[in-house]
Each structure stands twice: as C-alpha cells, then as structure tokens.
Design a protein around this ligand. Structure first.
Ligand code: 7TS
Length: 416
C-alpha cells in the first residue's frame, strides 16, 4: 500500500494557503511540521468540551480531562514501544526532556573524571546540557567524529567508549545531514561498559518506526510539534530501573504525595516528573497526531519519505556544480533532510528569494553550530526537509527556484 498524498494534503488546511500569491511549498519540516485538521479539532474539542485541570477535580469535566490526558499518554507510550505509560514523562519538547535527564539523572550519576560521549553532529539541545553538567562535575566530554560524507566515524569507538564513560547521548537522525545513526549498536556497546544511552529522537520519531524496547535505550526524547502535533509538548521515555531511582526535576504541585511544612514525599511515576499543571490540550493533541501517523503506518511514512529523498537527491544532482550537498549518499542511512550551500549565495539570501516564490526552507546553523562551522567549514547552510504531504512536484519547484536564484545572484548559469 502506498500513501495517498493528495488525500493527506487535504487534511492540512495550511497547505492550501497562498504565500505572496503562490501556493505554499512547505519544506521546513525539520523545524516544525504542519498540523492536520484532526489534531486541530482535538484541541478545539478539549477547550470547547471538557477543559478542566487534571488529577485533582472530583467533577465530571476534570475526570474527563484526566481520562483523556492519560489516554494520550497511553497512545504516545505505545507509539514508541514503551513497556508502560509510566515510562513516558510529558515534557515541553526534546530540549526539556534532555535537560530533565541531565538534571535528575546526570547530576546524581556523573562525577569527576567520568566521561560523557556525544557526537559531532548534535543539536545544541543535546550538547549544551551535557557541557554544563560536565563543567559542574569535573567530567569530560568526548566526541564521535563525523566523516566527510556526513556519517559517524566509528573507527575509534572502542577507545572513545570506555570504563569511564557514564553516558552516550546521541541523535538518532541529524537535523542537518539527515544521517540516521546506528543507535542500537552503539547502545549495546555503551551497556557493555556500564554506560547509559540517551537518544535524541526529535528527527526520528516523526519519520520512522521507533521502538524503545527494540533499541534497548535508557532515555529517548522527542517533540510533538515535529510529528504533526501541537507545540509545547513532547515526551521523555526513561527505562523503569533508571526512572525509579531518579530524583524529581521540578518540584511543586502535582508531583507530591504528602507535604508538611518541613518535608514532602514524591508522587507515583510518572507524575513525580510532571510538576504543575501540564499541557493538557497539547498532550491530547499529540495523542491525535499519533492516531493520525498510526493510521498511515510508520513503515509507510518512512518508505514514502525515502522515495521522496531519492527523488530530491537525484533531481538536485543536476545542480551539484553550483551547490555542495551534505549528508550520506546511502539512502538507507539518511532521512528526508537535504542541506546544501553555494559559494556564491548566502543561505539567508537564498532562503529569502525562495520565500518570494512561496517555498519555505530554513537557512542558518540549524542549532548545530559546531557541526556547521567546525566540521562543514561554513557559516550556514540552506536546508529543505520533507514530510508526508510533500510531493515530487514540490521538489521540481525547489529545483527551478534554485536555478532562478543562481541566475539572479551569480548570473553564471545559462538558462536551460
Ligand atoms: N534535537 C534535534 C535533532 C533537533 O532537530 C531539534 C530541533 C531539537 C533537538 C530540539 O527540539 P525542540 O523541539 O526542543 O526545539 N531542530 C530544529 C531544527 O532543525 N530547526 O528548528 C528546530
């Protein structure tokens, strides 16, 4: 079965929008995805029908919102293959999930002389929290290098990963290179030396089947807004044995069982990690996004995106003299993200020009400054990133717009 892209597109109201009088071509999905009517409706249904705080009211609305909030947790936990909904903490986004792990687990388990192993392709969200922790604790950061091709260079892994390593924190899919990393194999090696593995799944959970039990990871963080859901909500999966020993991240209401003027005891899992009123509507909206993705099937989503990536790489190859393209050539090792750069045009100028034609791409350092600057050796790149509703026609429009931009900026490409 292949996905019916035209039918999918009809579910996304924003895709019929005109930008500067041109049909929107939305190719900035790695930053945030668009939302289907079903997700938007779930938010409206909540606010119009049963808006109330969760876990505390005895009244009908509160009981309904609590039931729907916990139902969303069951759905999202199931989507990533968590053994129980208790393993899933609702957080604001991937960034907060990683910070929770760094503050609660990291602060208690990383000490002087310990090592935290990350890769050179991390988003700042999976770099800065560990840098800060390492500085505070006298621990050392180590880095798995990135090859010229944009994959991980694992040749020194046996040295980088050693008895001092306490944590491997790595991205499942790079938001710049599109590289999909062998997190399962590296996780097994991490466990063999007694280290834990945290997976930044911000770019993988939306685009391919991800199962935390199959990956055998200790932590996995992701964001709703990149997987058709609302902003302000995401998930952190934590393995039970680890979660049970973790101290709370934030403290206050909801996360306590009993409070006196002198002390407090902690609530059950996972509420212990959800201080204050949570993003109730957001969680329910994320549950609706999971329903939507499951109705398509994540294998189908991944297959369709691989097809589109293959088409994009093949189509854009024609411009390989004018643009450098980054990321692995092996389609099995990359997702639907294509970063590129021209020595003649600043990516921001390119992005602005494409925008005039209704084409939304991202230009910049993509919150991966060390990778862009120190590894790719550029100040910024342009990036097109695809999702289930993108089409080959849109890839063709991108190519045509890039050719126009080359003509406009460098006047070196003769019209074809
Ligand atoms: N990790 C990766 C791999 C990401 O791509 C992003 C966001 C994050 C973490 C942080 O996610 P957040 O939801 O907490 O912000 N990446 C991008 C991007 O590539 N363009 O804008 C946001």
């Amino acid at each position: 079965m292949t996905l019916d892209v035209e039918k999918i597109r009809r579910d996304f109201p924003i895709l019929s929008k005109l930008v500067y009088g041109k049909p929107l071509v939305y190719l900035d999905n790695a930053a945030t995805s668009q939302k289907p009517r079903q997700v938007i409706q779930a938010l409206v249904d909540y606010y119009e029908g049963y808006n109330a705080n969760v876990h505390r009211g005895v009244h009908a609305l509160s009981m309904e919102s609590t039931e729907r909030y916990e139902e969303a947790r069951r759905k999202v936990a199931g989507f990533i293959g968590a053994p129980s909904p208790e393993n899933l903490i609702f957080v604001r986004n991937t960034t907060e999930g990683i910070n929770l792990a760094a503050s609660s687990w990291g602060a208690a388990n990383i000490g002087p002389g310990d090592e935290i192993l990350v890769t050179e392709m991390e988003h700042h969200s999976n770099l800065v929290p560990w840098q800060r922790l390492a500085k505070a604790k006298g621990a050392r950061m180590r880095f798995i290098p990135v090859t010229e091709e944009g994959t991980l260079d694992l040749s020194d892994l046996d040295t980088l990963l050693n008895h001092r390593t306490k944590l491997v924190a790595m991205t499942h899919m790079s938001n710049v290179l599109g590289a999909i990393n062998p997190v399962k194999d590296i996780g097994a090696k991490a466990h063999a030396v007694g280290a834990r593995i945290l997976i930044d799944a911000a770019q993988s959970v939306p685009h391919m089947p991800v199962n935390v039990q199959d990956l055998d990871c200790d932590f996995l963080a992701f964001s709703s807004h990149k997987m058709l859901g609302p902003t302000g909500i995401g998930g952190l999966y934590v393995r039970s044995e680890t979660l049970e020993k973790m101290e709370p991240f934030l403290t206050g209401g909801e996360m306590v069982l009993e409070v006196t003027y002198d002390y407090a005891t902690w609530n059950d899992l996972p509420m212990r990690f959800e201080a204050g009123t949570p993003n109730i509507a957001g969680s329910i909206g994320l549950g609706a996004a999971v329903d939507y993705l499951e109705s398509l099937g994540m294998e189908q989503v991944h297959r369709r995106e691989r097809e589109l990536t293959a088409y994009a790489l093949d189509t854009l190859k024609e411009l390989s003299e004018e643009f450098n393209f980054y990321g692995p050539t092996d389609l099995n090792a990359r997702g639907a993200i294509v970063s590129f750069n021209s020595p003649d045009i600043h990516p921001h100028d390119l992005g602005t020009m494409l925008d005039q034609g209704g084409i939304a791409i991202r230009a910049g350092h993509h919150c991966a400054m060390p990778l862009i600057r120190d590894r790719l050796g550029v100040a910024a790149t342009a990036r097109a990133s695809f999702y289930i509703y993108n089409t080959k026609d849109e890839v063709d429009l991108l190519k045509a717009a890039l050719k126009d931009a080359l003509r406009y900026f460098s006047k070196t490409l003769a019209p074809k």
